[in-house]
Write a protein that binds this ligand. Structure first.
Ligand code: ZN
Length: 377
């Protein structure tokens, strides 16, 4: 195998990244080497690309250079001496939360959170490269019928699936409000529809995203800035009018903006579930604690990652059996060397893209473009 490969590397603590040659990652005894077929750009990658205060705190200039990326699908080409669960030839994706089995959370089955958890592409080199190496414990074997541009988005689709289904998977016949129109909200709408949610509202800002939300199965489109003539009070009334006066059974905040969180509780019915996925700009969020939570009997569910591997199992089945069509969300495909085109689209205002998938290999890229053209036909 070659010793040198191409990768998208964050070199300096400033805007941007470089496409350059680096050494292949080291194959440790419990790790596997993966030839990347597709990798996709996540909001986290955009934070690191911009090198915002979060990146500076979380990664730090002293840990650069580092390869970007964590959403991935590829083929295992080599396994370490102590690998037993994964074999050469397996078509895998990676759970990005690399858990420490000695964490109390892991011991009680909550592998996705833990004091010593590390994140792929944040705490170590990532997957925007021709090859990447990863611990076998976080490898997930894909169904070979899932094309790489879909297999790579299972990680964010997993966020969406866990957020939608919660801990009890009890959404059938219920009403849901999604606040946000980014890729994870859009995947979530598809999952909610497939799993039997009966009435789906989306509150967003991007016309581009909201049009995809319709394709994914949203029943009602509302504008967070009131451009449709519905201010917050009217949106609350609209949601109540369409839920027999009660409010929504489940509200998912996929944005994290202060007004979004505050208004989310207003959409929620008594006894409903509020799912907190978006990351707030400040750690402290003022909310009406008594009326929003206590007297409402609300449940609040924080989402950090996906259940390992319960969520992956469900996502694989949903994609393999084509219960959710994620194609409308995957709006752009580029070769890895053209990664800057993807980041430019993600940084532009207004944002005219959703999920962007990159391909290190030209042939894989061409095959994916052909599939995309056939799906559009
Ligand atoms: Zn991601």
């Amino acid at each position: 195998m070659a010793e040198i490969m191409n990768a998208v590397v964050k070199e300096k603590p400033e805007l941007g990244a470089e496409f350059r040659q680096v050494k292949l990652p080291e194959l440790k005894p419990e790790w596997v080497m993966v030839k990347v077929k597709a990798c996709s750009i996540c909001g986290t990658d955009v934070h690191i690309y911009k090198w915002d205060p979060w990146s500076d705190n979380r990664i730090g200039a002293k840990n650069l250079p580092q390869t970007l990326g964590h959403e991935v699908a590829g083929e295992v080409v080599e396994v370490g001496s102590h690998v037993s669960r994964i074999k050469v030839g397996d078509y895998i994706s990676a759970e990005t939360h690399i858990y420490d089995p000695s964490d109390i959370t892991a011991l009680v089955g909550q592998f996705h959170i833990g004091e010593n958890m590390k994140i792929l592409g944040v705490d170590c080199d990532g997957s925007f490269a021709e090859y990447f190496a990863v611990h076998q414990s976080v490898c997930w074997v894909n169904d070979t019928s899932i094309p790489p541009e879909f297999a790579t988005i299972q990680e964010p689709m997993g966020n969406a699936t866990y957020a939608v289904l919660g801990e009890d998977n009890d959404i059938a016949g219920k009403s849901m409000v999604f606040i946000g129109d980014g890729p994870i909200a859009l995947f979530g709408i598809g999952v909610a529809r497939a799993c039997g949610a009966a009435n789906i509202f989306v509150v967003g800002l991007s016309e581009y995203g909201l049009q995809i939300a319709k394709k994914m199965g949203a029943d009602h489109i509302l504008y967070a800035d009131g451009r449709d003539g519905k201010d917050l009070q009217k949106r609350v009334e609209y949601i109540k009018d369409n839920t027999y006066g009660a409010g929504a059974d489940i509200v998912l905040d996929m944005v994290g903006a202060l007004p979004a969180i505050q208004e989310g509780f207003k959409y929620l019915r008594k006894g409903g579930r509020f799912t907190a996925f978006g990351i707030a700009p400040k750690d402290e969020v003022p909310i009406d604690y008594n009326n929003s939570i206590v007297f409402k009997g609300a449940q609040i569910h924080g989402i950090n990652g996906r259940k390992i591997f319960d969520t992956w199992y469900r996502v694989r089945n949903l994609l393999t059996m084509k219960r959710v069509d994620v194609a409308p969300v995957i709006t752009h495909l580029f070769e890895l060397k053209d990664f800057k085109k993807g980041f430019d689209l993600l940084l532009a205002e207004p944002r005219l893209c959703s999920k962007i998938v990159l391909f290190p290999d030209t042939e894989e890229f061409q095959k994916a473009v052909k599939r995309l053209e056939e799906r559009i036909k």
